[in-house]
Design a binder for this molecule. Structure first.
Ligand code: HAM
Length: 426
């Protein structure tokens, strides 16, 4: 048994940790529903081809990080490293038309074979949002605002929003030509990783973390100078609208993102509280992806939030479990059946009800209720069972004893009044 452990880069989430996850997810889902964004669920396992074509063969994600294997039917399968390509595939496969407008979200595990560290795992979770069929710059603003509001609702401070534009395909090709020329000339001053990327994925050199390379790049041609007037105007409009909404941002011309499908707007939210893996949310526009994957010409934009990183920076108050409302102390054959029945009735009032199943003595059961800090207790023993009733009392110090009531198991009105006065409407 000794060597049966979880795989490196994966974690077990235990009940106490999951309280925070569930509270965070609840707040996120409420905000998504208020923004009328609908859920989509796609398979975790996809054909490898999807990610090669969707994300780009030369990206780190595809070339180094995918969990890929042959299944028993000799098909190459991959555990999804992200959700955007799958959403695009699902829409194309289910008959997307050229005038589709859909706002979608998904949440779930993703897999990347990266070096594990704080905030970086091999199985991690994302909340993703994709606006499909939206072209105007206002959809870029709405998507950035949505991410900002979700992070804001979770009380996250020290957030920085960085934005950039990658232009359209033509802008990029024009830039790439002169950039590659410049890189060839300056090749020896670049780090080895960047040298390797010159012909494979030159744009990624722009976000190299190597300090020497960064310094050299200061003199490189800038993508920004290759933008068409239209792309330039689009970016200026984006900035104006963000300013209007008072969403603070900084421009980062080296922000290129790690996936090949991006066009025009690219953005990331980082947090000073996260250490080296500081990006909590990344996204951007991907106007060519759906067409390139065989669908109609459909513009789109989206983002994904890394939930592990989000949990690390969201407040402690979200980790507090919900209090037990009623602890049912019960003993005796008939009493135990009645208690079971009553617990089900009480849960219909959206109360957190704990039914003691131990058969322990009353005093032991009292102690457990006390330890749990249950707001109230119900007692059903042989005497109560014989009279078809139960005793209910508030369990806090001030009212202890005073708020006790004996209620017939058939008197739902009296029960409801007691709950309203003491637990529900307080
Ligand atoms: P991404 O930047 O690759 O974008 O990932 C988004 C977020 O997922 C990151 O900012 C980070 O918080 C989290 N993340 C990524 N890798 C890991 C990891 N190994 N461990 C923990 N967290 C991680 C995408 O995935 C795009 N699909 C986003 C998108 C949607 N763009 C348009 N639509």
């Amino acid at each position: 048994m000794n060597n049966l452990k979880n795989l490196r880069g994966t974690v077990d989430l235990l009940p106490d940790q999951l309280i925070k996850w569930q509270n965070v997810e609840k707040i996120i889902l409420e905000q998504l529903s208020r923004s009328s964004i609908k859920e989509i669920r796609t398979p975790i396992l996809e054909m490898t081809e999807l990610f090669i074509r969707g994300i780009g063969e030369e990206t780190d994600v595809v070339s180094k990080e995918m969990y890929t294997f042959m299944d028993r039917g000799k098909r190459s399968c991959t555990l999804r490293p992200e959700g955007t390509a799958s959403v695009a595939r699902a829409l194309i496969q289910n008959g997307i038309s050229s005038n589709t407008l859909q706002k979608l979200w998904y949440m779930g595990p993703m897999f990347r074979y990266e070096r594990p560290q704080a905030g970086r795992q091999r199985q991690f979770h994302q909340l993703g949002v994709e606006f499909i069929g939206y072209e105007s710059v206002r959809s870029d603003v709405e998507i950035i605002t949505l991410a900002w509001d979700i992070l804001g609702k979770l009380g996250i401070k020290e957030l920085n929003l960085e934005i950039n534009t990658l232009g359209d395909i033509n802008d990029r090709l024009n830039f790439q030509k002169s950039f590659i020329k410049w890189l060839e000339i300056n090749k020896n001053s670049l780090d080895l990783d960047s040298q390797r990327r010159i012909n494979k994925n030159p744009l990624r050199i722009l976000d190299s973390k190597n300090s020497q390379t960064k310094k050299v790049l200061e003199n490189a041609p800038k993508l920004f100078d290759f933008l068409s007037d239209k792309s330039h105007k689009r970016y200026t409009d984006l900035k104006k609208q963000l300013e209007f909404l008072k969403i603070p941002f900084v421009e980062n011309f080296n922000l290129v993102r790690g996936l090949d499908y991006y066009t025009h707007t690219a953005f990331e939210f980082t947090s000073g509280n996260l250490g080296s893996q500081s990006t909590v949310c990344g996204g951007g526009r991907y106007d060519n992806l759906i067409k390139q994957m065989g669908g109609p010409n459909t513009q789109a934009i989206g983002f994904a939030i890394g939930l592990e990183r989000l949990i690390l920076i969201s407040g402690k108050e979200l980790a507090v479990p919900r209090n037990t409302d009623i602890y049912i102390i019960n003993q005796g054959l008939i009493a135990e059946s009645l208690a079971m029945d009553l617990s089900r009735k009480l849960r219909n009032y959206d109360l957190l009800v704990e039914l003691d199943l131990s058969g322990d003595s009353f005093s032991k059961q009292f102690k457990k209720a006390n330890k749990l800090k249950s707001k109230s207790i119900i007692v059903i023993g042989d005497n109560e069972a014989a009279n078809n009733e139960f005793t209910i009392r508030l369990f806090d110090k001030e009212s202890f004893g005073n708020k006790e009531e004996v209620i017939s198991l058939e008197n739902d009105i009296k029960l409801e009044n007691w709950l309203n006065n003491n637990l529900l409407l307080r």
